[in-house]
Write a protein that binds this ligand. Sequence first.
Ligand code: PMT
Length: 416
Amino acid sequence: MSGINEANIILGICGGIAAYKSPYIVRGLKERGADVRVVFSPNAHKFVTKTTLQAVSGHPVRDNLWDENAEASMGHIELAKWANMILIAPATANSISKIANGAADDLLTTLLLATEAPVFVTPSMNQRMYLHPSTQSNLVKLRDLGYFTIGPSDGSQACGDEGPGRMTEPNEIIDHIARHCSTEIPQNLEGVNVMVTAGPTRERLDPVRYITNDSSGKQGLAIANAAKSKGATVTLIAGPNVEPTNPGIFRIDVESAIEMNNAVQERLKETDLFIGVAAVADYRPANFLKEKIKRHGNNSLTNLELTENPDVIANVAKVKNRPIIVGFAAETNDPLKHAREKRIRKGIDAIIVNDVSDPSIGFNSTENAATLIHEGGEIAFAKQSKISLGAELIDQLENIFSLSKRQKSLRQTSHA
Ligand code: PMT
């Protein structure tokens, strides 16, 4: 398979409310040229009809291991062999548990044991169910078994809750699959060590309160994945609540700016390219109060004293034999002017500015638009999913800084 247009994809749909979005996934994959066959878990039909999925996929929907007619035309082992990719969207807590534990009690789980194709699991469930230690440990098991996960995202849920567990939007899922399918992606970054920071930091005031921001880590994760898919060795330094990372990316979780600064400095030595996407808090409470601050009395608080945090990216710039450094700038006014100044002030090679006064891009959105500013010029990127923007940015950075294997060895020689 050299691209999504040659992909035979099984879309497994489980019994969750996000199943109403699954027809859009089928349509999007087919528009890109994939052949898609749909398999229902036993409860998927409670949320979406076989007729709909049959109409959009152009194939009968399979939902039963014991369907003699279906088995006669393409048996389940043949179906598993036909697929060169399996996507499960939505994947419920129950199906994730079954898959993680190797169950084979319905057609979909049986196919997963019979396939050698890569499997992408797109979790979708209530936030408490997602955060439950059982689900979290099942997701770790899945990744250890080599399954890829996409999302989930954070936000309002069908049940009225807010939090992580929403299924990633169909267009993002399709971008993700398209990137993976593209085995034509040249592995130009093989041997290049890339470090990416992503997400917010959390600056604690007392045991229950902290200062933070709305960064979700999506943009940083998309950049880390794009670098990985071009063969780079990627380290992700992730702030709180950044979505799970796929196999192959080395991840370090941190909470505060100080922890992020330490984690970056500890692993900087081998880094060729540093990309600071994290929204690091510039300030933290000057004092951490060990006991919860009371509303009234001695321990009450009306003024908050702050102290400056380390500037993670500026500290990378101070290191001898430093890597190539790319920062991000989240601006609400005069974005280009502020970003140009920020690049110089921080002593970095390039800066990618996003105008976060537009609520549809920037913090915690699925899309972004940006301008990359470097010494030799400026490149604007139209609004698109963060996944495809991540890929475009990595392509441009590779060109601008000659990051390919050959160039890397030249750089090493000139450093020596
Ligand atoms: O995470 P998402 O929801 O996907 O949203 C993406 C994003 C909007 C967070 C991202 O695109 C972005 O703009 N990241 C940078 C946000 C930011 O903090 O910008 P800044 O202008 O304050 O910082 C400029 C640069 O300095 C950044 O590279 C930042 O990582 C770095 N910095 C800032 C402060 C600090 N103490 N240490 C730093 O390293």
